[in-house]
Design a protein around this ligand. Structure first.
Ligand code: MRU
Length: 340
């Protein structure tokens, strides 16, 4: 059983408030697109695929919010721009918004119908993608396997099973016993969300501080590191939550395979290498405070939300179409096959 973080019905979008987890399981209803945009900014909903799905429903609410005073097409353009401005790194957001934009016509009620249908399709497609990634991850999970993961590439960050966690859920259903170490993931502690959702499902999960990961790699026979991602460049460089790069470097040092679970909407073929991907910098309070408690002096803070892992540290990209190498040839071939 996984927690579903996004629900939609008849003009009401309901999001599980991830800022309240794991203490409170609290849902918030949204009927205004601007409030949905703020929910993405404030990480009430987070994780690349979940942001894309939520933004798609945000466009639906935007169409419902139209008040006949303005030109509909121009108004919808502003709705899309507002949602697109929320978080810059995960390409799933722009991917979903680009698809939604194409479903808008001059006819308001027809547009609402089209948009509702398409947002639902994006949601359902993500469920299938999660399951397929899970199936391709399963062969890596043998009895006694040990994994490390980072951030929350779980059901909370997607529609259902997560990306990097999808194989864990499927293996657990098959009664395979394995162990997961979950980096806590400073500064926002998304790893606590991973530990929460895996433990809810009965999976053997242990929380570690980010700086303990190298020690686990040194001390134990780790089977693999599996992480999610927010954007992949054409050459296979991966942008994921800050702390992924040191984990990949440590895995390479200890000869442990490093996999990135990568749904195809997370690939950005227009970007040739990771250094061209915009990296979100977030508020310094995320570093100086834990919840509302100040833990650091009032000094300068650098708080990039993501880092770039170069392709030569990556063993494979686990996509819904199978595991491919993290390089331009393999990625180009995959997308050519999808097209044909
Ligand atoms: O800043 P966040 O919490 O939205 O970042 C999320 C991640 O970096 C995840 O690892 C990524 O989106 C996983 S894909 C399910």
């Amino acid at each position: 059983m996984t927690l579903q973080s996004i629900h939609y019905k008849d003009g009401v979008l309901t999001l599980l408030d991830q800022t309240q987890l794991p203490q409170n399981i609290q849902y918030i209803d949204f009927t205004e697109y601007d409030a949905v945009a703020a929910a993405i900014e404030n990480m009430i909903v987070r994780g690349a695929p979940a942001i894309g799905i939520t933004a798609a429903y945000g466009v639906v609410l935007g169409a419902y919010n139209y008040n006949e005073k303005d030109n509909f097409l121009q108004y919808m353009q502003l709705v899309i721009e507002r949602l697109a401005s929320t978080r810059p790194t995960a390409i799933n957001l722009l991917w979903a918004l680009n698809r939604m934009e194409k479903a808008i016509t001059n006819d308001v009620s027809q547009s609402i119908k089209n948009l509702e249908q398409l947002a639902q399709t994006i949601f359902e497609e993500d469920k299938r993608i999660n399951e397929q990634i899970g199936h391709h991850t399963l062969p890596l999970i043998q009895p006694g396997s040990i994994f490390i993961t980072h951030c929350n590439p779980g059901s909370l960050a997607t529609s259902i099973l997560g990306t990097a966690t999808a194989g864990f859920y499927l293996a657990h259903e098959k009664d395979i016993s394995f162990k997961v170490y979950s980096d806590e993931t400073r500064p926002r502690f998304q790893g606590a969300l991973t530990a929460f959702e895996l433990s809810q499902a009965g999976i053997d999960v242990t929380t570690i501080t980010d700086s303990t990961a190298a020690t686990i790699l040194q001390q134990q026979q780790v089977t693999a590191v599996i992480v999610g991602c927010d954007r992949i460049a054409l050459n296979g460089d991966v942008v994921n939550k800050i702390g992924t790069l040191p984990l990949a470097i440590a895995a390479k040092f200890y000869n442990v395979p490093f996999y990135v679970a990568a749904p195809t909407p997370t690939f950005d073929l227009n970007v040739h290498s990771g250094d061209a991907i915009p990296i979100e910098e977030r508020n310094q309070k995320e570093v100086t405070h834990v919840a509302d408690h100040q833990i650091a002096a009032n000094v300068q803070v650098y708080n990039p939300a993501f880092d770039i892992t170069p392709n030569n540290l990556i063993t494979g990209l686990i996509t819904e179409h199978g595991i491919i190498e993290a390089n331009k040839d393999a990625i180009t071939k995959l997308f050519e096959e999808i097209k044909s």
